[in-house]
Design a protein around this ligand. Structure first.
Ligand code: ARG
Length: 457
């Protein structure tokens, strides 16, 4: 930084850590947009006169073009993106460039850039999530009556429809949308005009600047404004939960696509081969989804660590918000885009799913409920069916192999309906509660999901 107070050059051992251009150059489009709005605001109060404004605007546009085209040269002496742009502005238009920093500090400037980046990427996350939700809903519609086992503890528990299972992820992602939208709203409060920490000496119309830059409001306290990075944390918290959801989906796809399960095949473009075993087709994409979450969570905890116990207002510590933030952005955006791709190409194996769902033991709860309908308390019924299951396991028989004498020995309340209940489709169709897996409930759920997507577009 060209600060006249200093006579000595910064030590390279300090500069290497202090210089942030390598990662904050990504803020350049926001920084330039912000500068244009700030120049206009300074013009309205006469600090920048009418014939100066177009000169500044044209130079800022030229720098923008240089940056977009990759022609902008960052110098080793540029401390950060803000200083690099200011230096380049000086190259282009001379001393007029120096007027732009009137009534602005890098402290409110960088907070504003970060807020703009969070608004931008929250919106992008919502778009990417909506794509994945669209793919999930399409799959749920086309697989609404495909039976499969539902699991707890990764042990077969009760049968469900595949459409129901897939929509579980739809609703997770729907909540992620809400979280990213909230992060975007939290960022939509303009810090610019707060100066270094105490406000500025100029009657800048902050609300006009906010409108121009797409902020919903302005910050009410300059100390809070320059020290606040909550909106970055909000974005990263949303990204952490979203990445966690994707990791669960990834994990299930790894398991389901194994030869042992054989429930699905991930399309070739999302798998890779082995360098030694020619037969292999590995679900690398799903494995990466599984593994990315801890990285995004680490980004969040890094910034939480930076911010904790930090005295008001700005501290250089806060420059450490950018690398974790952009790492989260890149990771979650790439993961979401890949998720949609995986879902668009996935194929399920109806027979394998059905065979697994046909495991009669999955009907144990249904049998217990049969006794309950005949007046027995559920706990007692649970015990009786547990005895039946143990007998079957010991004797290598299935529940429907048991004779009516054998079942009646356990309870007088049993009759032939016992065998009816063991017929497969009844276990699914009986789950008629709202949000349950029965076809009737699932049709309603698909309607809700369709409405949710319509609200988002
Ligand atoms: N590069 C700095 C950051 O990202 C900009 C703000 C610098 N402010 C200061 N007072 N040194 O935090």
């Amino acid at each position: 930084m060209t600060v006249s107070r200093f006579r000595e050059e910064p030590d390279p051992r300090f500069w290497r850590l202090n210089r942030s251009v390598d990662f904050d150059f990504r803020l350049a489009p926001h920084d330039l947009a912000q500068s244009r709005a700030h120049a206009a605001a300074l013009n309205r109060i006469g600090v920048i006169v009418d014939d100066e404004l177009p000169v500044l605007d044209a130079a800022l546009a030229e720098i923008n073009a240089e940056i977009q085209g990759g022609a902008f040269e960052f110098l080793p002496s540029d401390e950060d993106v803000h200083m690099a742009i200011e230096r380049r502005l000086g190259d282009l238009i001379g001393p007029l460039a120096g007027k732009l920093h009137t009534g602005r500090s890098r402290n409110d400037q960088v907070a504003t850039d970060m807020a703009m980046a969070v608004m931008d990427h929250s919106g992008q996350a919502v778009t990417l999530i909506t794509d994945a939700m669209t793919a999930l809903l399409g799959l749920a519609r086309s697989h609404r009556d495909w039976a499969m086992p539902g699991y707890t503890h990764l042990q077969r528990a009760q049968p469900v429809y595949l459409g129901h299972h897939l929509l579980a992820y739809f609703w997770m992602l729907s909540r992620d949308v809400t979280r990213f939208q909230a992060a975007g709203q939290a960022a939509s409060v303009l810090p610019l005009g707060s100066g270094a920490l105490a406000g500025v000496n100029w009657e800048i119309d902050r609300r006009a600047v906010a409108r121009e830059l797409g902020f919903a409001d302005i910050t009410p306290n300059s100390l809070d404004a320059t020290s606040n990075r909550d909106f970055v944390l909000d974005y990263m918290a949303a990204a952490s939960v979203c990445a966690t959801h994707l990791s669960r989906l990834g994990s299930e796809l790894v398991i389901w696509s194994s030869t042992e399960f054989g429930f699905c095949r991930i399309a070739e473009p999302f798998t890779s081969g082995s360098s030694i075993m020619p037969q292999k087709q590995n679900p690398d994409s799903a494995e990466l989804l599984r593994a990315k979450a801890p990285r995004v969570i680490a980004d969040l905890t890094t910034l939480l660590g930076v911010m904790h116990a930090l005295p008001l207002t700005y501290g250089k510590d806060m420059q450490e918000d950018k690398e974790p933030f952009f790492d989260s952005v890149d990771t979650i955006e790439a993961s979401l885009a890949m998720t949609t791709g995986i879902l668009e190409g996935i194929r399920f194996d109806r027979d394998r799913l059905l065979a697994a769902a046909g495991d009669e033991m999955l009907a144990a709860t249904e049998i217990a409920d049969l006794l309950v309908r005949r007046g027995m308390p559920f706990r007692e019924a649970h015990g009786i069916v547990g005895d039946l299951v143990r007998q079957c396991v010991q004797e290598g028989r299935s529940l429907s192999d048991l004779t009516s004498e054998e079942i009646r020995m356990r309870s007088e309340l049993f009759d032939d309906e016992y065998y009816e209940v063991l017929k497969q489709s009844s276990w699914l169709e009986s789950k008629r509660s709202e949000g349950g897996t029965s076809s009737a409930s699932l049709v309603r759920q698909i309607e809700f999901a369709t409405e949710r997507l319509a609200d988002l577009s």
